[in-house]
Write a protein that binds this ligand. Sequence first.
Ligand code: 5AD
Ligand code: SF4
Length: 471
Amino acid sequence: MAENYIVSKIIDGDVAEHLSFTDAVAAIHKKKGYTPKYFVQTFGCQQNEADSERLGGMCVAMGYEKTTTPDDADLILVNTCAVREHAEKKALSIIGQYKHIKDRNPGLVIGVGGCMVTQESRADKLRRSYPYVSFTFDTGAIHKVPSLVLGALTGKKRSFILSDEWKINEGLPISRESAHMAWLSIMYGCNNFCSYCIVPYVRGRERSRSAEAIIEEAKQLIAGGARDITLLGQNVNSYNGGDGVDIAELMHKICALPGDFKLRFMTSHPKDASDRLIEAMATEEKIVKHFHLPIQSGSDRILREMNRKYDTASYLEKIAKLKEAVPDVSITSDIIVGFPGETEEDFLGTLDILKKVRYDMVFSFIYSPRNGTPAARMDCQIPREVSSERMGRLLALQDEISNERNQRFLGRTMRVLAEDVSKNDSTMLTGRGDSVRPIHFSADKSMIGQFVDLKIKNVSTYCFEGEILKP
Ligand code: 5AD
Ligand code: SF4
């Protein structure tokens, strides 16, 4: 690595040896007699949201209290994403705006972590062009944040970590955003090296947490009121908890825990999605009947170029098995439009898959070249106008299909967790049940975190309306 600024020993003689970095930061704040505030800004996927809850947990342990605005923060941590260029641009723009806050409050500490700064060029850009950023920390260095904060508070030089070491850090404190809905990371990293994707480079190789640690965390979550738990990993199908515990076995073990809760999982890779996992979904009542199985493209040629290691025929076979085992399953997918060399015929193959599978929902993305990935070096990058036009057609077709799929829920009774206040109407609550669309219903805020029986009164393309059934 050309420039490496690893913080080795930030604290020495003057801070008692036995104090951990966290305690040392807390001691500094206590001495000042002031409770400082932290703000965490998160970009990207659920993994990042889960990591941000760990960042929050460490901030609380360091004596900070949460604020919901960066303006009055004493510590700002930005958790970045690198999966598409747009996410990086957004993060850099927001970090740029933080300069004004730093100008007003020179004591403010700003740290940037996550996938974007795990690329050397981006960490270097922040070091050179954003002098008010005190440190960066890559995805493998989250646990080093207290030592970095301590360094910033004690005037040590700026630190830009590129550790290249991805371990599992058990035992970090977690400050969860919700008591009733929880992320539960079961594995980290990815070995697949899809040719368009930056993730394996910025999150390292696959490593699974032990089944015991996961089950222990699940028990604590349930005891703490969690009613909806999502198992997280880049490719949960290749989970390997040792002693033959695969994802299906892990889910059976979690479902066997006492308590009223629902279990979800994200994300699956079609080449690894096993019959055992499908069977677990079919037999375990606690597993939500939603399978996210990203196909990415409906052209076998493009799938080969993407290094996806399956073809459309084997994908459709898996979908058929899934539909047979779980007849009412909601299926969703990720699609990339405009991968290098994608012809009109390739794209029509993707539309054809949409028609054959009849997804409940699709997350579609225009291909974004990522430096360092094989696809970014491929000839025949597709002009933006072509990708945008194809994207328009894909969205229109999927809207039609979603609309049709949604009709099956009309008039149905569903048990739904009241997740939160509806974003569009503060007098309504929202939840999902087995559907992938938010269901809005009128209920008091005190119901949040409880299961309710809803009758679905109205369905539209993107959301449903329900009514609580009187007992
Ligand atoms: N460009 C566009 N979309 C991408 N994804 C991953 N890398 C890229 C990229 N370079 C999409 C894939 C993946 C989802 C999380 O993001 O569809 O499944
Ligand atoms: Fe990226 Fe492919 Fe790994 Fe998913 S499976 S994180 S798309 S490399």
